[in-house]
Structure formats: C-alpha cells, structure tokens
Design a protein around this ligand. Structure first.
Ligand code: OGA
Ligand code: NI
Length: 367
C-alpha cells in the first residue's frame, strides 16, 4: 500500500532517486528502454502544473545582436549600446556573426551527441557527482536536492583559462577534438563579450577581463531525450546562472529554452547559426544590479534529442579566496552598493547546495 504521509512520500522518492542514479544510464537509458509513462521522480508537483496553465504566451523575442563590424569605431559604439540595452532589460540576447565557425559549432554538437549515445558500459566510468572532477557525466547535478528531476543528462567539463588545467586525454575520445576546438573559440568570444560589457558599463574595455571573470570556464553538455509525457515534465527547472556570463549553443531541433520576463515565459526560438548569451548572477552583483541575471528554464518535448552546450564563464576555480563585490567605479552617493562582497567559492557552494527553484543565491547578498 502506498504511504501517503509526507515523510513516506519523501522516503519513497529517495529510494527511487537512488535506484535511478545507480543505473548510471541517465534519462537516455529510460528512453532507450521505451518508457511510455513518466516515472514519478520526473513529474512536476500538481500546483506547479496548475500554475503553468495561467501563464499567457507572449510573441516577443529577445534581441538578436550582430557582431559584424565590431572593430569599426562607429559600429562598435552601436553594438555596445545594443548589448547594454539587452543586458539591462532582458539579461539575454542572441548573437550572430560571432566568429565561431559553423563547422566548429556543428562538430561540438555532434561530439556531445556521440558521447551521450555511447553504450552505457562506455559512459559509466565518467558517471560522478563529485564537483571537483574536471570531466564528469551525470543526470541532474541537483537530483537529490530539487523537487523534480529534469528530463536531461549532462556531461560537464571544467577548463581553466587556455584549457591549461584540462588534459585533453581526460576527455572521452568521441568528443575530445571537438571540445578542445570549441573551447578555444568560446573562450575568445567570451573575452570579446566581456570587452563589450565593460564598455557598456562605461569602463575600460579590459576591465572585466582584468577582474578574471573569464579565468575559468565550464561546459555543460546537455542531452534532452524525447519525452513521453512532456506536459508533466521539465527539461531544466527554473534558475539563474551562478557565473558571470553564459554562452549557449543549441541544436535547431525544437524551441525549448525560455526566459522569465515581466511575469511571462518567453520562448527563445533557435536562430540559425546564433548563440544565446545571458548575464549570470555574479555579473549582476559586480554591475551593482545594472545588468540583469534572468531566470530561465528548458521545457520538455516529445521530439528529441535536443542538445545544448552551455559555457559558463565562472571566474577562477578552486580555493582562490577571491572576493567580488560591486565595482567601485560604479558606486556613487546616489547609487550606493546594493550587494555585499562575496568569496567566489562560498557563492558557488551556496548555489550547488540548494535545489534549483528554491531561492536565488544572489538574494542572500543584498545589503
Ligand atoms: C543551464 C541552462 C539551458 C539549455 O545549463 O544553466 O540554462 O538550453 N541550460 O540547456
Ligand atoms: Ni542556465
């Protein structure tokens, strides 16, 4: 008989989560087994599903910014202005003519697909929940913390500046070369974007770069299999990103990423060849709230697999003790600091140790 008490439900759920985790086959494994009914751990709470029906659909799009002409003085000014406006109002924009060749982007997506589609026996050895490992695969980093498990698996790769810390041989062979190549390009683009964002704050081009915002980057290579009951599930629960800046590459299959803006969920429809850029919590903090780190999520779909490669520019890794706070140049008597200083590792731990959609780590650091 099912125990309907709250404690009983929690207990059952924990057992189910453990059993799922131990398969090391992820959501892809359920999909391969031909599961037709969404397993309980993936079903969103009924109050959330009811709430969902109240949301109106809005037909607006986040801005699309074109980087061509970025080295021409007049054009650059216009681009900086577009970036400033998007960062202040949406915290999101799509980017075209970003300089990463299509072949490199396609190669990266293809490598990620090949990794996730390996036999479980070959993938298993990478399965881990130890956040200190540079290369690891798991389903839902927050599996044991969030209310609902997401319909996705992830290969996570941490690389420090110039990919120095990461020995390519640690990477699975099926996506080794493509990841090394993409990583180089995405880091370069990250620095270009930090230059534009620095200028958008009225600071020197190299300001955010010198603060080491792009010292470390982390790639989360997600695989969202086709879902048998998408209306009950979620791909990635609502959250904001903890780092400074996020650069997202996605395959063009379905529109699944959504940003929360003015009380509505807005679809971020894939634009051919575009990357999606969003501001993270730490950039909201150092910009003293001028730039917005917006909450977003990924819905589940009957069609799959959707693949996304999310690059977080997260600042230096390890126990650096590095402190970040609102940039002094931006603080005046009329515009006092609204956030406290943080030690970067403490901030990240706060994020990792709370489930998605519980509260925003950033709110802890308000003055
Ligand atoms: C994330 C994220 C979106 C996606 O990993 O933080 O928001 O499209 N991913 O996979
Ligand atoms: Ni995110």
């Amino acid at each position: 008989m099912a125990d309907s008490s709250a404690a009983g439900e929690r207990y059952d759920r924990m057992e189910l989560l453990k059993a799922f985790d131990e398969t090391k086959a992820g959501v892809k494994g359920l999909n391969d087994a031909g599961v037709l009914k969404l397993p309980q751990i993936f079903v969103r709470p009924s109050e959330e599903l009811t709430e969902e029906l109240k949301h109106e659909k809005a037909q607006v799009q986040v801005p699309v910014i074109d980087l061509s002409g970025i080295d021409d003085g007049g054009m650059r000014k216009k681009i900086v202005e577009q970036v400033r406006s998007a960062a202040e109002t949406w915290g999101f924009f799509q980017l075209v003519s970003h300089g990463i060749p299509l072949s490199v982007c396609d190669g990266m997506i293809d490598g990620v697909r090949r990794f996730h589609e390996l036999d479980v026996d070959k993938k298993k050895k990478y399965y881990s929940r130890d956040a200190t490992e540079s290369v690891r695969y798991s389903s839902n980093f927050d599996l044991f913390k969030s209310k609902t498990a997401g319909w996705r698996d992830t290969l996570s790769i941490s690389a420090n500046s110039g990919s120095q810390l990461l020995d390519p041989h640690q990477l699975p062979a099926v996506c080794r070369d493509s990841t090394v190549e993409y990583s180089k390009h995405v880091e370069k683009l990250g620095n270009i974007l930090l230059g534009l964002l620095s200028e958008a704050l009225g600071l020197n081009t190299d300001f955010l770069g010198k603060m080491e915002c792009s010292k470390g980057h982390r790639l989360h290579c997600h695989y969202y299999p086709a879902c048998p009951e998408p209306q009950l599930a979620i791909g990635t629960t609502k959250h904001s990103d903890p780092g400074f800046l996020t650069i997202l590459l996605q395959n063009q299959l379905v529109s699944a990423l959504q940003v929360f803006n003015k009380g509505r969920w807005i679809d971020i429809q894939p634009v051919q060849g575009a990357l999606v850029i969003n501001i993270g919590d730490l950039l909201q903090l150092v910009s003293n709230g001028k730039f917005r780190s917006s909450e977003h999520r990924v819905i589940a779909n009957r069609i799959g697999p959707r693949i996304s490669v999310v690059c977080f520019l997260s600042g230096p890794f390890g126990n650096t003790g590095k402190i970040y706070g609102p940039i002094l140049e931006l603080i005046t008597q009329e515009n006092p600091a609204i956030y406290k200083e943080i030690v970067i590792e403490d901030y990240l731990m706060k994020f990792l140790n709370t489930g998605l959609d519980s509260y925003r780590a950033l709110d802890y650091y308000k003055v």
